[in-house]
Write a protein that binds this ligand. Structure first.
Ligand code: MN
Length: 288
């Protein structure tokens, strides 16, 4: 299941933006559309259903907890808001017929000024433990994205994410790996995939500068060999950002200051072929 992130197409996810994202994603040859859901209360569920139902695309949603709803602060008001945000996001995903909610579901997407605290760690884990019960009822998989040190402080590597998940103790909550972040934090792109194995629920494919695949420093051959080795069958979604398409909140959180592409159609078609070629090459290994 190969997917494309919505910000390749649009910075707005109203009916018009969603239509653009759906047609672009289908034209480029993908099977899944990932919608950024940073404000699940502001998302128009009716419009979403109207555009996405029957589109033929599977839907996933991703988010980082908004400022003021950061469960890892261990502040009671923020913890309560974080739980509300995650529960609403689950409802939206379910409404859209989706099966995946991923991203930084354990904190905000920002550079933290200090290390994670034991209280914040436990608070964010407690929220996820509760929310996972609802996710299971709705048939939605929660996958926690491992991101780099400038965007989260709970964990920044697959191994430490697994420790965090083991403390929660609910095997239905998965790990979400992203090659852009792995390229910054991991020692290589093979062993973390093997270590996480069947705990991986979702994958983002991003280049080291978040532009065209194959023009940066990410060791994609290593990474796709590892996915093949563990027999990964979950969503693999292309993620790329440019100043050509802007979401005021997400683009700023991710520090998208440079324009690495203009034409989302060309970018997405190129990435779809790039990803499928890597997967196909690994499938032929059985003949060696
Ligand atoms: Mn990502």
């Amino acid at each position: 299941m190969i997917g494309c992130h919505g910000l390749v197409w649009t910075g707005r996810f109203d009916a018009e933006g969603l239509r653009r994202a759906v047609s672009g994603t289908l034209d480029a040859g993908y099977e899944l559309l990932e919608i950024p859901l940073l404000d699940p209360f502001g998302f128009d569920r009716e419009a979403g259903r109207a555009v996405l139902t029957g589109s033929g695309l599977r839907v996933a949603a991703s988010l980082g907890l908004p400022m003021g709803a950061d469960s890892s602060t261990a502040e009671p008001e923020q913890i309560a808001r974080a739980e509300d945000v995650l529960r609403r996001a689950l409802e939206v995903v379910h409404d859209l017929g989706g099966q995946d909610l991923c991203g930084v579901l354990y904190g905000s997407l920002r550079k933290y000024p200090a290390p994670a605290t034991p209280g914040g760690r436990q608070a964010s884990q407690d929220v996820l433990r509760q929310v996972a019960v609802r996710a299971a009822e709705l048939g939605v998989t929660l996958s926690l994205e491992v991101v780099n040190r400038y965007e989260a402080n709970q964990f920044n590597t697959a191994r430490t994410a697994l420790e965090y998940l083991n403390e929660i103790g609910d095997p239905s909550i998965k790990v979400h790996l992203d090659t852009y972040h792995m390229n910054i934090e991991e020692s290589d792109l093979f062993s973390p995939v093997l270590e996480a194995g069947d705990r991986i629920g979702y994958v983002h494919i991003g280049e080291s500068h978040r532009g065209y695949l194959g023009t940066g420093t990410v060791a994609f051959d290593e990474f796709f060999r590892a996915l093949h080795t563990i027999g990964f069958t979950g969503p693999i979604t292309f993620e790329s950002f440019s100043t050509a398409v802007v979401d005021e909140e997400l683009s700023r959180s991710l520090a998208i200051w440079r324009n690495l592409w203009q034409d989302g159609d060309d970018l997405a078609k190129h990435a779809n072929a790039f990803i499928r070629n890597k997967i196909r090459a690994n499938e032929t290994l059985a003949m060696h």
